[in-house]
Design a protein around this ligand. Structure first.
Ligand code: AMP
Ligand code: ZN
Length: 303
C-alpha cells in the first residue's frame, strides 16, 4: 500500500463519505455517497433501459448448491465467502460462550448454511434462467444489481470486500452475445464521458488461483474474453477497472444446460459496473463535495 492510497481512504473518512467499521474493505456510506450511486444508476438506465432488459434483484447471498455448481471454488477459492451458523445443542452453546469469554476461537464449530455470499451479481442468474427452460427467440437480456463479497481486504478504498455491481447480462447465440458486449464497450465510454471521466479500455484477466490459474489467465487474455474500462481513481496508482465486459462463451450454458430456442447451448456475456469505484472516480476527479461538481456533470446526474 502506498501513502497516496492510504491518504485517499483517510480523506474519504474525514469527508464522511465512507465510514470506518474497523475492517479494511468494509465501510458505511454517507447519504451523499449513496446519492451519487443512485443518480449514476439512473444514468445507466438511460443508456440500457431502452433495450427492455428483465430486471431482477437477488439478495447478496446465493444458493450454495448453485455456487458449487458454478465452479467458482475451482477458480477463485481465495475470494469466496461462506455463511456459517451455530447449529448446536445447549451444551454446545455453553461451550461457545465459554470460548468467547476465554478469548478463544468460537467459530470453529459453526456449520455451513445453504447460503454463500454472492461473488458477482450474475452468478445466481444462470441457474435461475436455465430452470425456466430454453430461452425465447432472440435470447435473453437481464438487468441486475447486487452487493457482492470478495475476500480481498485492503486499505485501497477501490478494493472493498462488500461492494455493489450493476450488470447487464445477455444470453443467446454467440454473434448476438458478442455484439452486445461490443456495443456496451462503446456505450460505457460515452456514459463515462457524460460525467467527465477519462477512460481507457484494455484486455484483462480474472485473478484465477494458483499455478493452474496462470494458464486460465493467459487463455482469457489471448482469446479476448475480458475487457475492462479503466479510470484513474488515485493520482499515483495506475487506472482502476470500473467496468468489465466478459464473454463466457458456452461456460455457463454448459454448466447449467441453458439452451437457445433452437436447442443449441446458449452463450453468455455480462457487462458489470463497479458502482463504488465509479463513485470514487467521480469524487477523485470532481472533488469530495458533489454539490461543487462541474455543471455538465451535475446536469448528467441530477439534471
Ligand atoms: P469483475 O467481475 O471482477 O470484472 O468485477 C466487475 C466490476 O466490479 C469491476 O470492473 C470493478 O469495477 C468492480 N469490482 C471488482 N472487485 C471489486 C472490489 N474488490 N471492490 C470494489 N469494486 C470491485
Ligand atoms: Zn457477470
Amino acid at each position: 500500500m502506498d501513502m497516496q492510497t492510504s491518504s485517499l481512504l483517510d480523506r474519504l473518512f474525514s469527508a464522511g463519505l465512507l465510514i470506518d467499521t474497523g475492517v479494511d474493505g468494509l465501510y458505511g456510506r454517507s447519504g451523499a455517497f449513496e446519492d451519487v450511486i443512485t443518480r449514476f444508476e439512473r444514468l445507466i438506465d438511460r443508456f440500457g433501459g431502452d433495450d427492455n432488459p428483465e430486471a431482477i434483484r437477488f439478495p447478496p447471498g446465493m444458493n450454495r448448491a448453485h455456487f458449487e455448481g458454478s465452479g467458482y471454488m475451482k477458480s477463485f477459492p481465495q475470494l469466496a465467502g461462506t455463511i456459517h451458523s451455530f447449529c448446536g445443542c445447549e451444551l454446545d452453546h455453553v461451550n461457545l460462550l465459554q470460548c468467547m469469554t476465554d478469548g478463544e476461537d468460537w467459530t470453529t464449530e459453526q456449520k455451513a448454511t445453504d447460503i454463500v455470499l454472492t461473488p458477482a451479481a450474475c452468478y445466481p442468474l444462470y441457474p435461475t434462467i436455465a430452470k425456466r427452460g430454453a430461452l425465447p427467440a432472440g435470447g435473453g437480456l437481464f438487468d441486475l444489481q447486487s452487493y457482492c463479497f470478495r475476500h480481498e481486504p485492503s486499505k485501497d478504498p477501490a478494493r472493498m470486500q462488500l461492494f455493489r455491481m450493476r450488470e447487464y447480462v445477455r444470453m443467446g447465440k454467440p454473434a448476438d452475445v458478442m455484439a452486445f458486449r461490443e456495443d456496451w464497450m462503446q456505450r460505457g465510454t460515452k456514459l463515462m464521458e457524460q460525467v467527465g471521466l477519462p477512460v481507457e479500455i484494455d484486455v484483462a484477466n480474472d485473478p484465477f488461483f494458483g499455478r493452474a490459474g496462470k494458464m486460465y489467465k493467459n487463455n482469457q487474455r489471448s482469446q479476448n474474453l475480458k475487457f475492462e474500462l479503466l479510470i484513474p481513481i488515485n493520482s499515483v496508482a495506475s487506472p482502476t477497472a470500473c467496468m468489465s465486459f466478459n464473454y463466457h462463451q458456452d461456460h455457463f450454458g454448459k454448466t447449467w444446460d441453458l439452451k437457445t430456442e433452437d436447442d443449441e447451448t446458449a452463450h453468455t456475456a455480462c457487462v458489470g459496473f463497479g458502482l463504488e469505484r465509479i463513485a470514487l472516480a467521480l469524487f477523485h476527479h470532481h472533488g469530495l463535495d458533489s454539490g461543487e461538481w462541474p455543471e455538465t456533470v451535475r446536469q448528467a446526474l441530477w439534471g
